[in-house]
Design a binder for this molecule. Sequence first.
Ligand SMILES: Cc1ncc(COP(=O)(O)O)c(C=O)c1O
Length: 249
Amino acid sequence: TVNTGAFDNLAELSLIAHAENVWFHVDGAFGSLIILDSERRHLVNGIQGADSLAFDFHKWLHCPTDVGCVLIRDKALLQSTFSMRQSYLPTAQQKSTMGDVFWDFGPELSRSFRALKVWFTFKEHGAIKLGRKMADNCKQAQYLVSLLEKYGDIIHIVRPISLNIVNFRFEPDELNKSDTELLDCFNSELLEDIKRSGIALLSSTYIYNRFYIRVAILSHRVNNEDFDIFVETMLNLYRSRTQMFITGC
Ligand SMILES: Cc1ncc(COP(=O)(O)O)c(C=O)c1O
């Protein structure tokens, strides 16, 4: 799911976990915040059944690194896991007048005020705008696919595209298409060319043991024109790289 932006069927997993009496944890580090996008929140149907959910504000919500969040349904269980008795900390009796103390709910005693940047982000932009920006990224992924599709004879795209991630690899006619290692090497070199050019910062992954260039669209500033420029630049780099592979330099 991390590779492609696909979603597990949380509703079904939740039913199985509860029937089998096992803890149902959702690692929603990246994708769970899609709940802010009204058109796509169905992708996380069933998330309500989680015993615990982890996600990051420093990913798709653009908060400065690091600010993760974990929600645990059973407060008493969390508290009993982490609460400490130390002579230099308030006693249980003293705590009873203080209300909940944060160090009873996690491993940190000293910690920074990470919540402030989340508060500022929501205060400045609001949940609706943040959700809209995520929706834009998903639409841009479809736009990128429409551009890449024009080169269907040399570009293989991994489908379906359910979110903001597009994986593809080049399979140039000039190279032996059955030579998987050669094509992996070609795409890996091309990815470095793209990064060095400064046009975009892409990642990569292996899907079914094959190397793919991975575009994860996260920026709230990017627009369709940027993708036109990106594809044009990448195709120029692709042509030069193909030439280098043919001539062996
Ligand atoms: C599904 C998932 N879980 C966990 C992580 C780890 O993220 P971090 O170390 O930023 O919390 C990532 C990072 O991309 C992720 O995609």
